[in-house]
Ligand binder design. Structure first.
Ligand code: ZN
Length: 402
């Protein structure tokens, strides 16, 4: 059983913090979100919404019901209990149908009318910037007013995670200075207090900072992060896949009568988003692919993927400030060998660009990749086969007995 106690706001120096005691079977784990004190008036302590949504996926995996001491927004309660939780639990042998005990409140939470999105400087978040920094007239009401960089798990946990977060703060601060964006930096202990696989839970944990600042936002864009577009929507065994695969159910379930959380880019595949951002000038100096450092290493899996995507659409030369493009051209066959290994393993991020790359890869590189990675590819394909949907046979998790 999880009890979410009444949230409270404290101001220390130039920081404002929203905190709630989270009691799990008698153990207390305070959870907090912190911003510059200038944003204190926008923190919301009157509702449990942020804490509830931020902890929901963790509670479903760890089989906890949730009791909320403070009211939950009525529309959010509906979205979670009537639609989202039953749908996920019905399609998973792992996710537990959490029962939420809470008062509901449909009084509108007044907000400042801000429109925001998260900014990691990756392809997905830059795609939202490219589309909504200056949207066409019919969509002017969705023009971005604020960006937000938050630390809720994408950078990892502990001191190492915090150091990576702070490096990204610096990077995003420079982007904001050069292009005139207003950025909110939101720190949290979410990753330390409730560790979980970020890829499989980010749609939930990333909503925590949004609801924490519920008095600021009218609309918030969640950058869709899937390799494919929404035609591959699925709820089956969702705990094994990125939350973007079910975001068209998740995001509407998170809305209230004053806050809309919209998907940015759900209908586009990864390479379609790459094509869009390749025409967006701020990416030439600030695109980050690495994940663990804002300064791309140019050789890790994520960097190789992005370099090859840009190469495949003949845009790589625009990115000399953020990637070691000369190293790529000098070692192109090494990139191709590693690429083919991932492609043959069925890594969806690498499969999409194969038609664009196939004719550029020499025949002897195929041979070298087969000799070098053949056994590994075979092993990975067997492992991946085991993971494929559907597998739970429609088994439903039984509610916990009191
Ligand atoms: Zn890298």
């Amino acid at each position: 059983m999880i009890t979410i106690h009444q949230p409270n706001i404290t101001i220390t120096g130039d920081k404002a913090r929203l905190t709630a005691d989270i009691e799990i079977d008698g153990e207390n784990r305070p959870l907090w979100f912190e911003v510059d004190a200038a944003y204190a008036p926008y923190l919301c302590a009157e509702r449990t919404d942020g804490f509830l949504v931020g902890l929901l996926h963790w509670a479903m995996e760890h089989r906890h019901d949730i009791v909320c001491e403070t009211p939950v927004s009525a529309d959010l309660y509906f979205g979670l209990t009537v639609n989202l939780i039953p749908a996920l639990a019905k399609n998973s042998a792992v996710l537990y149908p959490v029962r939420i005990t809470a008062e509901t409140d449909d009084t509108p939470i007044a907000n400042a009318g801000a429109v925001g999105t998260g900014i990691s400087c990756g392809v997905d978040s830059f795609h939202v910037l490219a589309e909504y920094t200056d949207p066409p007239k019919p969509l002017r009401h969705l023009k971005l007013t604020h960006l937000m960089l938050h630390n809720v798990g994408s950078f990892g946990a502990g001191e190492k995670g915090r150091a990576i977060y702070l490096a990204h703060v610096e990077h995003v601060r420079n982007l904001a200075r050069d292009y005139g964006f207003t950025v909110i930096f939101g720190d949290s202990n979410m990753a330390d207090a409730f560790p979980q696989n970020f890829l499989y839970s980010h749609g939930y944990t990333s909503a925590f900072p949004v609801f924490a600042l519920q008095k600021l936002w009218k609309t918030f864009f969640s950058a869709s992060s899937g390799y494919d577009d929404i035609t591959h929507f699925s709820l089956v065994n969702s705990e094994r896949y990125g939350t973007s695969s079910h975001e068209l159910l998740l995001l509407p379930s998170l809305c209230t009568n004053t806050l809309s959380i919209l998907s940015g880019g759900a209908v586009l595949s990864r390479i379609e988003k790459v094509r869009k951002i390749a025409e967006y000038e701020p990416t030439y100096r600030y695109l980050t692919a690495c994940g663990h450092t804002p300064h791309n290493c140019s050789t890790c899996r994520k960097c190789r993927r992005t370099i090859l995507e840009l190469y495949a659409i003949d845009m790589l030369d625009r990115y000399r400030a953020v990637f070691d493009v000369d190293h790529f051209y000098a070692n192109r066959n090494w990139y191709f060998v590693r690429y083919l290994s991932k492609y043959w393993q069925g890594d969806p991020f690498f499969v999409e660009i194969y038609p664009l790359l196939r004719k550029r890869i020499p025949w002897y590189v195929f041979l070298r990749a087969g000799v070098t990675y053949g056994p590994q590819v075979l092993y990975r394909r067997i492992v991946n086969w085991n993971k494929r949907r559907p597998k739970n046979g429609g088994k439903r998790m039984a509610p916990q007995k009191d």
